[in-house]
Design a protein around this ligand. Structure first.
Ligand code: RUB
Length: 298
């Protein structure tokens, strides 16, 4: 595999690159690097190199359908193209650039819809770091709205800290809290906004660990719970009964050093929130109930 592509896989695995959109963008770039680095003349070898690379890239974060969907789209376009190696490489470059543009456009459409849910004087809750959710808050702020955000720190990797800093640096009134304070603070909010790693055929949401408990608190206090999810986060395989895999991360993220023999450490990175707890998904095609998500995905 190309060295640059290998580095991207390492960066995705080690969480140097995080968040579904950033991971998907980096994965597209990695496949394009693999394509460019091919120096041979065999179409079959070129295609099989791309397939092996795509498999490695997708394996870097198993709970990321957005990454898989973009890679699958690129591969299907290349495999259906009967041009020369040079033409195939040009096609991959064009696809890469096209995807970057499409990603920006759909994010902008999504944040336009999402920012309409933020009201002047409102109080909102978020968890983990979603570039999409921070985009919604920042757009609402830039539109002149004055509101407050509670952000939970998101152990064990503290991605919520990144959210809190980024919002506060933008000028948004932000309070950072520990994850276990969620119950106390969700009740003070007008609504909850989280990102999405995967959306299943039944409209369930797979997102950072802790999300499902927050959704349950929101339900308890009758507070709307929204997830910002571009349609590329839909996992088509769940239509055929596949259960969305939950990535288990290194126990060393939680516990370092020698431990008692009988102590086991488990570190799931995500959990699954049932559709019944989700008021709506904010997508690039509008704000839609979870039961309708499958109708909009191709
Ligand atoms: C990040 C996470 C984010 C989603 C959505 O998890 O759960 O909420 O990926 O992010 P991790 P975005 O840090 O383990 O990758 O809206 O940027 O796609």
């Amino acid at each position: 595999m190309d060295k640059g592509a290998q580095r991207i896989v390492r960066d995705i695995k080690s969480l140097k690159i995080q968040g579904a959109r950033n991971i998907a963008r980096a994965a597209v770039g990695a496949l394009a690097l693999e394509s460019t680095s091919y120096k041979g003349t065999s179409r079959n070898t070129y295609i099989s190199n791309l397939l092996v690379a795509a498999d490695n890239i997708a394996g870097a974060r198993p709970t990321e359908p957005m990454l898989r969907n973009y890679l699958r789209y690129m591969l299907s376009r290349v495999m259906g193209h009967d041009g020369s190696i040079k033409e195939l490489k040009d096609e991959v470059k064009k696809l890469e650039q096209g995807i970057y543009i499409e990603m920006e456009l759909s994010k902008k459409m999504l944040t336009d819809y999402g920012s309409q849910l933020i009201k002047n004087g409102g109080v909102y809750y978020t968890h983990c770091h979603s570039s999409t959710v921070t985009g919604i808050f920042k757009e609402a702020y830039d539109d002149g709205k004055d509101f407050k955000v509670f952000a939970s720190e998101t152990r064990p990797r503290f991605q919520g800290l990144k959210t809190a800093k980024s919002l506060a640096e933008h000028g948004i009134n932000t309070t950072l809290i520990v994850d276990s304070a969620a119950h106390l603070y969700v009740r003070k909010c007008d609504s909850v906004f989280v990102g999405a790693d995967a959306v299943t055929a039944s409209g369930d949401l797979v997102n950072k660990i802790g999300t499902c408990a927050i959704a349950q608190f929101a339900e308890q206090f009758h507070i709307p719970f929204y997830s910002a999810a571009e349609l590329y986060k839909f996992d088509h395989l769940t239509k055929w009964g596949l259960l969305e895999p939950i990535e288990m991360r290194d126990p060393a993220e939680i516990y370092k050093g020698p431990k008692p023999k009988a102590l086991t450490i488990e570190n799931p990175a995500f959990d699954q929130t049932p559709a019944s707890l989700i008021k709506a998904y904010i997508t690039e095609r509008g704000i839609i109930p979870p039961q309708s998500i499958m109708l909009l995905t191709k």
